[in-house]
Design a binder for this molecule. Structure first.
Ligand SMILES: CC(C)(COP(=O)(O)OP(=O)(O)OC[C@H]1O[C@@H](n2cnc3c(N)ncnc32)[C@H](O)[C@@H]1OP(=O)(O)O)[C@@H](O)C(=O)NCCC(=O)NCCS
Length: 142
């Protein structure tokens, strides 16, 4: 498995959007709009690959000079539970640290809390609804 950055607008970016749509949006009856995807030009996009195949992805969005937010973490159903998500998180944390960020946060789906807890993240607030489902803010000092 190779972990690498993805450039916005490339063929790999299209693969990433397809994976995110399949895993994170379609099951909720939602999709992406162009404006939302255009904003990702400013984000740090990452993927885990086996040859040309995308095994998982996530992205980082700057919040302030010290804080970065992880978003859009997705692993295909048939690849979940094999360590891809953990490898992507460690890759994303190292990139964030190298860029000088001190804190990583995310809006974690309730169903994914256990995954982030295993990586040292803590819940910091009350449950809220996003993309129609329950979420919690989680964070960790880098
Ligand atoms: C959540 C997700 C990104 C985790 O990636 P993954 O590759 O399946 O996770 P890993 O195999 O790296 O798991 C790392 C550890 O977390 C655990 N884990 C994984 N998903 C979990 C979950 N949903 N709840 C609790 N624990 C979980 C694994 O059992 C493993 O534990 P171990 O170290 O004791 O073996 C992936 O399952 C996924 O894409 N799910 C659907 C979309 C989603 O919920 N994305 C997150 C949005 S906030």
């Amino acid at each position: 498995m190779a972990l690498r950055m993805i450039d916005h607008g490339t063929k790999e970016y299209q693969q990433m959007v397809t994976l995110r749509n399949d895993i994170l949006r379609k099951p909720l009856g939602l999709s992406f709009d162009k404006e939302e995807l255009d904003k990702e030009k400013d984000d740090i996009l990452m993927g885990a690959f086996e040859d040309e195949k995308l095994l998982g992805c996530c992205l980082l969005t700057r919040v302030d000079p010290y804080t970065v937010r992880l978003r859009q973490m997705a692993v295909p159903n048939n690849m979940q539970g094999k360590g891809v998500g953990r490898a992507l998180m460690i890759f994303a944390e190292n990139i964030a640290r190298d860029l000088g960020y001190r804190k990583l946060c995310m809006h974690a789906r309730k169903t994914a809390i256990g995954f982030y807890q295993k990586l040292g993240y803590s819940i910091t607030g009350d449950e809220f609804t996003e993309v129609t489902i329950p979420h919690y803010i989680m964070e960790k000092a880098l």
